[in-house]
Design a protein around this ligand. Structure first.
Ligand SMILES: [Zn+2]
Length: 382
């Protein structure tokens, strides 16, 4: 039933439209045009203004032709860089770029699959419930589109995001993440003439970092320092350094504990130094902790899981629930009470110039989605 050539053409068309984060207007316009020509109602929310992008999230609704609870379907429109001037090359059934850019299968394979799915539904006049498609902006720069999505426009309580690799898996567990920023304030001085008048902020930050447990803390917790910025010249004792890092965990308690341990490590080093000086203002510490996203945990018996399982079974395939180490739009939907499982499209080596996606995988993902929509319309789930 899937039109393989059309799916390939749609993917190539989408992949070759530049759409790095904050510059999604062109691709959004094309998706909107296609879906409106199929009778959908479309809206663009105000997220673009809020995050400094050139357009907002695109929300598309298809009325059902049978009563069923609305089903959410999600993909993101933006790509990472280098993502401008992509040429999508199909060779032996696999799409790649020409090697100078990413391909953008993340997440345009998902958009192509969604468009093909809807075309098949219309061509064959298939029974379906109300469908709410949410095409987000700025997923790649901190889920900003989803975070600023106008949720008043969404009525679905569950659905699927297509933003993973495995076409026989559904991500139901993803971690919480905290973003941490430490600013250590020291005191500048001439490094050769009067170093004893200075307080070396880089040295203090180094001591704090050396006291941290980094990397994989346990099977569900990770911790990283990713950025250090500070200092102006080798002959100046640096008066300030900024250190940025993150903690992720599937367990909220562990997330908080590791976060606290990081803060304590910096605080102790600064306090110890203060204890040795008469100047009680310096060194100083500023800590900024931001919750990046909250964990997702969809129960095994939730309709979003059982529906995907039944659909896969009907196609003679497997469907395993999976744990992801990363955050996705689905984390934000989950926070808003919308249970969103993440399905695979076959995309591989995302965020590299070696990124690829197999056409067979995209066909399989389309077949799965069609079967999910068919079962959903039959009321096979709550
Ligand atoms: Zn993605």
């Amino acid at each position: 039933m899937v039109n393989r050539d059309r799916l390939a053409q749609t993917f190539k068309f989408l992949a070759e439209i530049d759409s790095i984060s904050k510059e999604e207007r062109a691709i959004s316009g094309e998706i909107k045009k296609i879906l409106e020509s199929m009778g959908a109602k479309t809206r663009i929310d105000g997220a673009g203004d809020k995050i400094g992008g050139n357009t907002g999230n695109l929300i598309v609704k298809f009325k059902g032709n049978t009563p069923a609870p609305p089903l959410l379907l999600n993909a993101h429109m933006d790509t990472v860089e280098p993502g401008k001037g992509v040429t999508a090359i199909l060779s032996d059934g696999v799409f790649t770029s020409d090697g100078t850019t990413i391909l953008g299968a993340d997440d345009k394979s998902a958009i192509a699959i969604l468009l093909e799915t809807l075309k098949i539904i219309q061509e064959n006049d298939l029974t379906h419930g109300p469908l709410e498609l949410v095409f987000t902006v700025c997923e790649e720069i901190g889920l900003l589109g989803a975070k600023h999505l106008d949720f008043d426009l969404i009525t679905a309580k569950f659905g699927y995001s297509l933003d993973a690799t495995d076409t026989e898996g559904i991500v139901t567990r993803a971690p919480s993440a905290n973003h941490l920023e430490f600013k250590v304030h020291g005191k500048d001085a001439h490094a050769g003439a009067a170093p004893e008048k200075g307080i070396n902020a880089i040295s203090l930050a180094s001591q704090a970092i050396a006291g941290l447990e980094l990397g994989r803390i346990d099977h569900e917790t990770t911790c990283n320092i990713g950025i250090i910025e500070g200092g102006t010249a080798t002959n100046i004792v640096p008066n300030r350094v900024t250190v940025k890092g993150e903690v992720r965990s599937h367990d909220e308690e562990k997330l908080n504990r590791i976060t606290d341990a990081m803060v304590s490590s910096f605080q102790e080093v600064v306090d110890n130094y203060k204890g040795m000086t008469t100047d009680h203002a310096l060194p100083g510490l500023e800590v900024n902790i931001r919750k990046d996203f909250s964990r997702t945990r969809i129960p095994e018996d939730h309709p979003v899981v059982t529906l995907a399982r039944s659909a896969a079974e009907n196609l003679g395939r497997k469907m395993v629930t999976k744990t992801s180490g990363g955050g996705a739009d689905a984390n934000i939907f989950f926070e808003k009470g919308i249970m969103t499982g993440v399905l695979g499209t076959g995309m591989r080596d995302m965020h590299t110039v070696r990124e690829s996606v197999g056409l067979d995988d995209m066909v399989r993902a389309t077949e799965l989605l069609l079967e999910i929509i068919r079962l959903h319309a039959r009321g096979s789930e709550g």
